[in-house]
Design a protein. Structure first.
Length: 785
């Protein structure tokens, strides 16, 4: 009995202690009444240990706000600012009950979760109750309190009136908080960080303040404040008139990174569209766009930023892990892979729970480096097919060697069937009459076929054989600044093809796809069509003047080789207007206009129409555009290129996070998704009544949905019927939603979920219909009609 009591006491003590050190930071959720409890999860515990979580009740964190960044070197700045937390003692409280916490409302202290050391700071009660200071923008430390130069300083930056208030003190010097005012005329604070003992505050219009902390003998003027000009490169993903974004600044060793999250105007800090990363070049005071983070891995949450070594953690390098407010999800942005993954680290949190944040408990222990192996079919510059085994050393093994090894293991069963030499002529004759995809499959049947049939040159494939019995659209995507474009065929068990397009697609983004042609942008002003199967290109005129690519949606009416082809692009321009660009084949320049949305006849107010990240659909000589909640806008080619927002149909549903428009068997369908795909709703537009009618089944059809193209097709295989395919992957397989099971699945695995968790979305991608039809020189000239 005594042993059980002792063990229970030890267990209770362990519950009040933080989890052990790891090479990666811990993601932590506060939950329960008063947010007294915490649940911890660490990426280093995956995948060998599964998603192991740790339930704690740490007094230093219970119900409190905290801040942590690399300059703290493991220390947390903790503030007791939750007036509803019953664990804290409050001033003027008449309660006679004993509190389990020694801190009261307004207390502030430093806490080291590794050593468990605490350093009390002056009370913040006056500052957080002062009506002039309406919120805390950030809290940082210049250096840890153990810094031998004694220049450690704790800063709180308050937003308030009339100016910002920089409240600061020295740890261990209990003389109260001092205040330095920062003029609000500099603009909204973009970010705060400490680097090499100096405090930096970033503002709009390239304004930047650097605050150097002076020695202890400078008590009257403890700072040296310098105004700097920090050049900001423009965001490449600017969309519309106002692009909402959030900036975070992460210090990693001797580098400072500026991470910019870009959102849709309607869902600020709800769903990240993409991320851009910049590095500060202090020699020129310029934020330089980076294409690789190297060994750096960045983390940020509500109040915390971290950086770690990918090698030490055993995780993929060059990634950014982040959380969002009021969201249980963990997101990973892969800068080089140009993708965003989402997972659910702590699925069984007790209610109520609070938005997560990171806690770093540093360690010098190195974690064994994990390595992944995948096998893909590759098209090299010479158009040869090989099997590539992808590892850190990028080893490649020829397909014949792999085939010989496989035959050896199967005791030479294929060899025993006899020589195919006498059939070589017949094999070549058959191959010459096959569609390029069938040619690939026929050549892959055996080693004999590969030795007899030459590899397919996709650029010079026969122009006469462009049809095959069954061919579904493929998913095409690329990784950042990688000239290898990947093509995934969902019909043939996610078969993969890779093309090196380095000489054609430098610094290019996929914007739309139709009929085998990709509409792409290069840089900020250049647009062109490209057929990856024939390597043919049609150049469009550049955007005029100072205008750049900034569109929520873009589409074209017919194949770019046809004389009636029109390209149409749209973006938001406030709640009451849209900005439209369009160009017809033969035009030497783009036409553009800002158009007010249709007004209600009853009150004369403009209808709100905010385009979503989707592709307009050309249907019955009209471009239809779908906004985020189901309203339709129409751009009419035959009515003097007019724009109007339709009063009907009304939006069929609410709480929509993504919306798509697609033509299917002559009908116009809309697809709406809830947060992280939690709901999938399909509607058909009834033109006679102008209402959205719910669709419960697609029958023998399938839909292929992405932000850059939405296609429909008759399912070439029965297993593909009544399904929606997405540009998402679970492992190596494409994700699809079944209308029969109302769940997401992945071919070749047992994956089954009601949402997007445990999947990865590629950002530069599209669905494409393979097309080997070749064109004439005249058709490749946009100005030729």
């Amino acid at each position: 009995m005594e042993e059980k009591l002792a063990e229970a006491e030890r267990s209770s003590e362990r519950r009040h202690l933080p989890p052990g050190p790891r090479a990666a930071p811990w993601i932590m959720f506060q939950h329960g009444k008063g947010k007294k409890d915490q649940t911890f999860f660490n990426l280093c515990d995956e995948p060998s240990n599964g998603k192991k979580t740790y339930r704690k009740c740490i007094p230093e964190l219970s119900g409190n706000s905290f801040w942590q960044s690399p300059s703290n070197e493991g220390w947390l700045i903790v503030l007791c600012n939750n007036p509803k937390d019953d664990n804290h003692q409050y001033p003027n409280s008449n309660s006679s009950s004993k509190s389990s916490s020694k801190w009261k409302f307004g207390d502030c202290f430093l806490w080291n979760p590794e050593s468990l050391e605490t350093i009390q700071l002056p009370s913040m009660l006056h500052n957080i109750e002062d009506s002039k200071y309406n919120h805390i923008i950030d809290a940082v430390m210049s250096s840890p309190p153990s810094n031998p130069d004694y220049n450690s300083m704790v800063f709180f930056l308050f937003g308030g009136c009339p100016d910002y208030a920089l409240v600061f003190c020295r740890p261990g010097v209990y003389t109260g908080w001092r205040i330095q005012y920062v003029p609000k005329e500099l603009g909204v604070v973009r970010g705060v960080f400490c680097f090499k003992g100096k405090l930096h505050i970033s503002f709009p219009r390239d304004q930047h303040i650097e605050i150097e902390i002076l020695g202890l003998d400078h008590e009257v003027e403890p700072f040296s404040i310098q105004s700097l000009h920090a050049n900001h490169q423009p965001l490449s993903a600017m969309l519309g008139r106002f692009t909402p974004f959030r900036e975070l600044y992460v210090v990693s060793c001797d580098e400072v990174f500026r991470v910019v999250q870009i959102y849709h105007p309607k869902f600020l800090q709800k769903e990240v569209w993409t991320i851009e990363i910049f590095r500060m070049d202090f020699s020129s005071m310029t934020w330089v766009n980076v294409k690789s983070l190297g060994d750096h891995v960045l983390f940020f949450g509500k109040n915390t930023t971290m950086s770690c070594s990918a090698t030490e953690m055993g995780l993929a390098r060059g990634c950014v892990y982040f959380t969002l407010p009021e969201d249980m999800s963990l997101y990973k942005f892969d800068l080089e892979g140009e993708s965003i993954s989402v997972s659910l680290p702590c699925p069984d949190l007790p209610m109520p729970w609070q938005s997560s944040d990171w806690v770093m408990i540093p360690t010098m222990i190195r974690v064994a480096d994990g390595r992944r192996r995948t096998k893909d079919i590759v098209v090299t510059n010479e158009e040869e097919y090989i099997i590539k085994e992808v590892e850190e050393n990028k080893t490649s093994i020829n397909v014949d060697e792999k085939e010989a090894e496989r035959h050896k293991k199967s005791e030479g069963e294929i060899e025993k069937t006899g020589s195919w030499d006498i059939l070589s002529d017949a094999i070549l004759e058959i191959a010459s009459h096959l569609h390029p995809v069938d040619h690939i499959h026929f050549r892959a049947v055996s080693r004999e076929n590969r030795s007899t049939i030459p590899a397919m040159n996709w650029r010079t494939a026969s122009t006469n054989i462009i049809q095959t019995t069954s061919l579904s659209p493929w998913l095409v995507f690329s990784e950042k600044d990688d000239h290898i474009y990947h093509f995934i065929d969902p019909m043939h068990n996610n078969e993969k093809y890779h093309m090196n397009l380095s000489e054609f697609l430098f610094d290019s983004k996929i914007r739309f796809s139709k009929g085998g042609w990709l509409l792409m942008s290069s840089g900020k002003k250049t647009m062109f069509f490209f057929n990856p199967f024939t390597r043919e290109r049609i150049q469009l005129p550049d955007f005029p003047g100072h205008y750049e690519y900034m569109f929520f949606g873009i589409s074209f009416s017919s194949l770019p080789t046809e004389s009636d082809c029109v390209v149409f692009a749209i973006t938001e321009w406030g709640e009451n207007a849209v900005f439209i660009f369009f160009i017809s084949r033969g035009d030497t320049s783009w036409r553009y206009r800002i158009v007010n949305n249709t007004r209600f006849p009853s009150n004369g107010k403009c209808m709100e129409f905010i385009p979503w990240f989707n592709s307009p659909v050309f249907y019955n000589r009209v471009f239809y555009c779908l906004d985020y909640d189901g309203k339709l806008g129409v751009f009419d080619l035959e009515d003097q290129f007019s724009w109007k927002v339709l009063a009907k149909p009304e939006g069929p549903c609410s709480s929509v996070y993504q919306s798509f428009l697609v033509e299917c068997e002559g009908k116009l369908l809309s697809v709406f998704l809830g947060h992280l795909g939690s709901r999938v709703l399909i509607y058909r537009l009834d033109f006679s009544k102008m209402v959205w009618v719910k669709v419960k089944s697609l029958g023998k059809h399938l839909l292929l949905i992405s932000h850059t193209s939405c296609l429909s097709a008759i399912a070439p295989k029965s297993r593909m019927e009544n399904k929606i395919y997405f540009p998402r992957f679970h492992g190596e397989g494409i994700l699809f939603y079944s209308l029969d099971t109302c769940r997401y699945h992945c071919l070749g695995s047992g994956h089954s979920r009601p949402d997007f968790y445990d999947t990865k979305e590629h950002l530069n991608c599209s669905w494409i219909e393979p097309n080997w039809s070749r064109t004439t020189v005249q058709e490749l000239d946009w100005l030729s009609v």
